[in-house]
Design a protein around this ligand. Structure first.
Ligand SMILES: [Cu+2]
Length: 346
C-alpha cells in the first residue's frame, strides 16, 4: 500500500521540521480525544432522566483550573520556541553557503547561478552543500516552496528575501509557487535536481546543456551593463568629489546624511541603484540619476559586479567568479543631463 504521510525528507531541516509537525499533530489529537471523551461521558451520564445525583454539584476547583490553564500554556510556549528556533535557523545561512538567485514572475521561476548559468523552472544543486537562496519578484507576491526540503518563503516585489538549506539526498524534487498569484499560478513550478557534486560541476560546465542557456557570469554581465550605463562617469577607483568608489563597498558600514547608518548588503545595493536619494551617503550630494529602469535580473548583475570589486568583512562574502576589471577612474562627466539614462526593460 502506498500511503505516504509525509514527503521525502531531503534537506537538513526536514527531520526537525517533521518532528515539530508531528508533535503538534499528536497534541491536537490528544486534546481532541480527551475533550470529546469527557463530553460524551458527561452527556450520557447526566442526560435527562438519568438517576445520577445532582446534589452538591461543585462549581469551582482552583487546582484543576490552574492545571488545565498552565499545562496548555507551557505546551503552547514550547511549540512557539521550537518553531521560532527552526525559523531563525532557516534564515541564518552559514558563511560558506553557495549562492543562488531566484526571480519569480508570472508565471515562472527564473534561476541564476553566480557563474551566469540560468535555468527556468528547474534548480540544479550539488549534494551536501549549503545553499543560500536570494529571492525577489518581478511582479506580484509569490512563494518559493520545496516540500521535500521543508522550506518555503515569500517572494515579494521590491525586496530581497532569503533562506538556506543543505540538500541531503540525490534526486528529483518538487518546486512550487505557494502563493496564489494569478490565473496560471498552478503551472508555476518545476523540479529541483540534486546531483552528486561531480555531476553538478559537469552540469554547470556544460551549462546544463538544454536546460539552461550559456551566458557570461553574473558579474561579467553586470560589468557590461555598468559600462553601457556609464556608472563610471561618477564612480571611480577611489572616492572623488562626485561619488564614492564602489570598490570594497559590499559588507561595509555606511553613514548617511540623515544621520543613520547601515551595512551595504544586497538590499542596500538594490536600493542605492533604484532609489539613490532614499539614503544618501554622507559627504555626497543627491546627484545620482533617479530614474534607472533596471529589471531585477539586471540589478542582480550589477550587484554581482559591485561585489566582485572586493568584499569588506561581510557576513557572506561572495567570491568573484571572474577577475573583474576596475572601473575607469574619474572619466570626465558627460555633457548634458546626467539623469537621463533610461535602459529599456527586458
Ligand atoms: Cu507565483
Amino acid at each position: 500500500m502506498n500511503f505516504p504521510i509525509r514527503p521525502e525528507a531531503a534537506s537538513n531541516f526536514a527531520t526537525e521540521h517533521d518532528q515539530l509537525f508531528f508533535t503538534i499533530t499528536a497534541l491536537t489529537i490528544f486534546f481532541t480525544v480527551v475533550v470529546l471523551t469527557l463530553v460524551v461521558i458527561f452527556a450520557a451520564r447526566y442526560r435527562a432522566g438519568s438517576k445520577y445525583s445532582r446534589a452538591n454539584a461543585s462549581n469551582h476547583n482552583t487546582k484543576l483550573e490552574i492545571t488545565w490553564s498552565v499545562i496548555p500554556l507551557l505546551l503552547g510556549l514550547g511549540i512557539f520556541v521550537w518553531g521560532a528556533k527552526i525559523f531563525v535557523e532557516q534564515h541564518t545561512p552559514p558563511k560558506e553557503a553557495m549562492e543562488l538567485f531566484v526571480i519569480g514572475k508570472q508565471w515562472m521561476w527564473h534561476v541564476q547561478h553566480p557563474n551566469g548559468v540560468r535555468e527556468n523552472n528547474t534548480i540544479h544543486l550539488p549534494l551536501g552543500r549549503p545553499v543560500r537562496v536570494t529571492m525577489i519578484s518581478q511582479d506580484v507576491i509569490h512563494a518559493l516552496y520545496i516540500p521535500e526540503f521543508r522550506v518555503q518563503y515569500h517572494v515579494v516585489p521590491g525586496r530581497y528575501t532569503t533562506f538556506w538549506f543543505t540538500p541531503t539526498k540525490v534526486g528529483k524534487f518538487h518546486l512550487f509557487c505557494n502563493m496564489y498569484c494569478g490565473t496560471q499560478h498552478a503551472e508555476m513550478g518545476g523540479y529541483v535536481y540534486v546531483q552528486e557534486p561531480e555531476d553538478f560541476e559537469k552540469w554547470l560546465e556544460n551549462d546544463g546543456t538544454k536546460v539552461a542557456e550559456r551566458t557570461p557570469s553574473l558579474a561579467e554581465l553586470g560589468k557590461a551593463l555598468y559600462d553601457r550605463t556609464q556608472c563610471g562617469n561618477c564612480h571611480g577607483q577611489v572616492d572623488n568629489v562626485r561619488a564614492p568608489s564602489l570598490i570594497g563597498l559590499y559588507g561595509r558600514q555606511r553613514q548617511f546624511t540623515n544621520g543613520m547608518s547601515g551595512v551595504a548588503d544586497d538590499s542596500y545595493l538594490r536600493d542605492s541603484i533604484l532609489n539613490p536619494n532614499s539614503r544618501v551617503v554622507k559627504g555626497y550630494r543627491e546627484i545620482m540619476p533617479q530614474n534607472y529602469k533596471f529589471t531585477e535580473e539586471q540589478i542582480l548583475q550589477l550587484a554581482a559586479y559591485i561585489k566582485s570589486l572586493g568584499a569588506a568583512a561581510s557576513p557572506n562574502p561572495v567570491t568573484p567568479s571572474v577577475d573583474a576589471p576596475m572601473p575607469t577612474p574619474n572619466t570626465p562627466a558627460p555633457s548634458g543631463d546626467p539623469t537621463s539614462h533610461n535602459l529599456p526593460g527586458r
